[in-house]
Design a protein around this ligand. Structure first.
Ligand code: XMP
Length: 495
């Protein structure tokens, strides 16, 4: 956005977000000077705070140690952004806030007019404020769920400090999306790549409500789904939604394309590319069929269940500004290749908002509250080369994991749980015989936004039952391990 667009936009306030760059680097990204001249409140978060500090005359230095994860901020001065928020108190009864940090550089001197409002052990200025200008800086991330008061801080900034109202309700989002979709596609037909996951299901429900029979779903079954998943997707959609879905069984094509490939990004790209090819073939058939039958033109619109974290984590390939963590194939080359226009009604929403929307749209709870499943499926949960036999073994172990979680009442208490196939051999002893077989890792995480996550503290008895059942019931597995890594630094999927 250039300066005049910014001035014309008429923002009630501005948030400068975080980012992976460093303000002490040679050519740092800077905020437009107009940001600080418009007379509206400004909130800088992490990199945004550092840029604000540097541009307004403070000092930022590269920290000797990077700070990742949990930190505690001591609030040392009054600040309307934080008034009334505390997770605990220190001996002098000053508020302490539990926050999530992810930074290397730090502000060491606040700019003129600012005062330091909060500090952590590693960041002498973890919060800064200039009350007169209503400029605020937070070194930690209020937008992630592990900053316990973060949501309240953002609400305080947006509603109380900037004076914005509250129009972002599920009903309003749906109305808005319906209007936008109808305006975008008119009488035209739309194809949607349905995976059976939460995002594409909610997108399908929304589009079905918006345009009814103009929606055509194609379900490319790559053979890397969970046990019975393909059948369940078809049954669920036929039963609950009355949407006609074409299922394409493409397991063999995917398996032969993946043979011998071990690199995670390459695997993702192959799966993504093949998915695109097959989807494209089917969409062309659909277009040709429509033309023949009803005299309709080629299908021009492609709908996807892209959600906001997909957009952020794939942003590097689009803007070059954020770093690519993983190439999420659902944002990839499909529309350009097919020369189709994208319809992405969930693009600005986080997962928890998508679920709320799904329930508001009347989808079955079992569908909406399913754990997310990545587009490349078991392809990124079989480390290294993907083989049919490995997929089969993993499916069985995964099904036992999910079944036991449900039985123990833990399925809904965790946000995502799955088994991972490790292509290493481990010695075991079964039936008095030495065995030398593969290892299954189990991962269960708690998160709301999937940008950060804690590993779930499953009870030992449950872990023990899981390990016994998987080793006894799944041939080719001699050991089960449980993953205790948080995100960051680990990602949720292993690849
Ligand atoms: P990570 O592993 O990046 O996962 O921490 C965050 C969330 O995204 C899901 N995920 C994907 N979803 N295509 C998808 O549609 C992908 O390529 C992909 N990779 C990861 C992951 O399951 C988790 O919910």
């Amino acid at each position: 956005m250039d300066e005049s667009a910014l001035r014309d936009f008429g923002a009630a306030g501005i948030i400068l977000s975080g980012g992976p760059e460093s303000v002490v680097a040679d050519h740092p990204l800077v905020a437009l000077p107009a940001v600080f001249e418009l007379g509206v409140p400004v909130l800088g978060i992490c990199y945004g705070m550092q840029a604000m500090a540097k541009q307004l005359g403070g000092a930022v230095e590269a920290g000797a140690e990077r700070e990742f994860g949990y930190a505690q901020v001591s609030v040392v001065a009054d600040c309307p952004l934080l008034t009334g928020f505390a997770d605990s108190h220190d001996e002098q009864d000053r508020p302490l806030l539990d926050v999530w940090m992810s930074h290397g550089d730090r502000v060491v001197r606040v700019p003129p007019g600012f005062c330091a409002v909060g500090a952590t052990d590693n960041a002498p200025v973890a919060v800064m404020a200039d009350e007169a200008r209503r400029f605020y800086g937070l070194q930690f991330h209020p937008e992630v769920t592990h900053t316990r008061q973060g949501k309240h801080m953002l609400a305080r900034f947006v509603h109380d400090i900037c004076g914005c109202g509250t129009a972002w309700t599920p009903a309003n989002i749906i109305d808005d999306a319906l209007t936008r979709v109808r305006a975008q596609v008119g009488e035209e037909r739309v194809v949607l790549a349905l995976s059976g996951g939460v995002d594409s299901s909610v997108a399908a429900a929304l589009l079905h409500r918006a345009i009814g029979k103009q929606l055509h779903c194609i379900f490319v079954d790559h053979g890397l789904l969970r046990l019975h998943e393909g059948d369940e997707v078809m049954a669920t959609f036929a039963r609950h939604m009355g949407v006609s879905v074409k299922r394409v069984d493409a397991q063999e094509r995917f398996m032969s394309a993946l043979a011998g490939v071990t690199d995670p990004e390459e695997k993702r790209k192959i799966i993504g590319r093949l998915f695109v090819e097959i989807f494209e073939e089917e969409a062309c058939k659909l277009s040709a069929g429509e033309m023949g039958r009803q005299g309709m033109g080629t299908i021009r619109f492609l709908a996807q269940g892209t959600i906001y974290p997909d957009v952020i984590e794939s942003a590097g390939s689009v803007t070059g500004k954020a770093h690519v963590i993983k190439s999420h194939h659902n944002v990839g080359g499909l529309p350009q290749r097919m020369n189709m226009e994208l319809v992405e009604p969930l693009r600005e929403l986080f997962k928890d908002e998508v679920r709320t929307l799904g329930i508001e749209l009347g989808l079955a709870r079992e569908m909406v509250c399913r754990h997310p499943f990545p587009g490349p499926g078991l392809g990124v949960r079989i480390l290294g080369e993907v083989r049919l036999q490995y997929a089969h073994t993993l499916r069985l172990a995964d099904a036992i994991f999910l079944q036991e979680l449900r039985n123990a009442g833990w399925y809904d208490r965790v946000s995502q749980a799955f088994a991972v196939y490790l292509p290493v051999y481990s010695v075991g002893v079964m039936g008095d015989q030495r065995c030398y077989e593969h290892v299954i890792a189990l991962r269960a995480v708690e998160t709301v936004d999937f940008m950060t996550a804690h590993w779930a503290h499953l009870p030992y008895e449950l872990l023990e039952r899981l390990s016994t059942r998987i080793i006894n019931e799944v041939a080719g597995v001699s050991r089960v391990v449980y993953d205790i890594s948080g995100k960051p630094p680990a990602t949720i999927e292993w690849e």
